[in-house]
Design a protein around this ligand. Sequence first.
Ligand code: ARG
Length: 466
Amino acid sequence: MKKTSPVSRSGRFTSGPNADVARFTESVSFDWRLWRQDLLGSIAHATMLRKIGVLTKAEQTAIVKGLEAIGQEIADGKFRWKPKLEDVHMNIEAGLTRRVPTGAKLHTGRSRNDQVALDLRLWLRDEIVEVAGELRSFQSALVQLGAKNAHVLIPGYTHLQRAQPVYFAHHLLAYVEMVQRDYERLKDCFQRVNVCPLGSGAVAGSTLPLDRGLVARLLGFVDAKGKPLVTQNSMDAVSDRDFVVEFCSVAALIAVHLSRLAEDVILWSSAEFGFIKIADAYTTGSSLMPQKKNPDIAELTRGKAGRVFGNLIALLTLLKGLPMTYNRDLQEDKERLFDTADTVRTCVQLMAAMLRNTTVNHKACLAAASDPSLLATDLADYLVGKGMPFRQAHHVVGAIVALAELKNKKLNELTLVELKSGDKTFGDDALAVFNLEKSMAKREIVGAPGTKEVVKQMARWRKQLS
Ligand code: ARG
């Protein structure tokens, strides 16, 4: 048999690529990460080729053994990746044909165009499962921190101004809700990743009777009933990167949510708030100011959101002008995808670890939550209870707040006489409104930070996350 090498240029070309061109076009420096998926795909493809009679049993066995040996070599760090061979696919195929000459039959009915689409889908499937698991453990960290500080109240803020009291746990559960939606989006995205493109060839499928269903089943591209899921249009399948964009946009929202929490953590750990203390091991110091303890995990998480968004925009831009079907531009998808997955995964992990090593300063929280102006709305609700229209009650309490300011008193330090001077409707029980505990007990509607409701929500999440 004539020795052939699996190089895209063989046959038609009289020379190899210019060194600069080779450097410019290679992708193995980053797509080597797909080696496991590439091997799995090739083993499934070989199994199918055997079934349709392209390979003999002996040839299939030799090819699979060769691929497995390459896998071992790569795992042991002994495989030599050659940029000259462009990408992970050709490096592995060349490694195979070096060992097993019949490896030259493996690429039958297959192109790197459907191969890379397959590898990416396989890789992303695993990655989604990993990220989803990290999100779960992040949610648990939030719930645990809330549970450890179940009785702690803090001001809820709007416009970063003190608004109304909430349980600290309620604030944390807001993030648990956001992350839950991220988790659901990941699961939904998985469904569109989980479709097998192999058999689409370079653009137009194959004249050979490839058994696409078999390959799909072997690689776990099946629905809940075990029915194989294969792409339905070869042109779409080789140039579709929607699933990459989808994952990266889900990741961008995860980054938004992490970044918002990071901002809260940064504020809370400042001397001005003093609500939390992050353990030393999860902070860093300053090279100049000896007293500094900085919330760098949170700051970097906030900062890294930028590159996650950037990756998404890069991908959308990459795709928008591509004529059908595969174009080499698509090679640019991988670094954006890998970087997004790596970044988001590390941020989720470290933010969770930081929360697990954070303590809450109950005294500082109580001092802030005890600000009686947080209950100004309760006072208006009191008037509403006496039959006053809310707009009027809002106006009356506004005037009372102004009066307190004028008298240099806190809202709950005003006398009953002073209150009644604002409006006759105030009864002798008006000042009882400023009992924080009672006020929290009153917020019992679903989703409110009432004492019982927060206990209920915490219990629901603990059950759901256990
Ligand atoms: N390295 C390529 C990529 O990542 C693989 C597909 C190349 N196909 C081709 N016909 N040159 O997109």
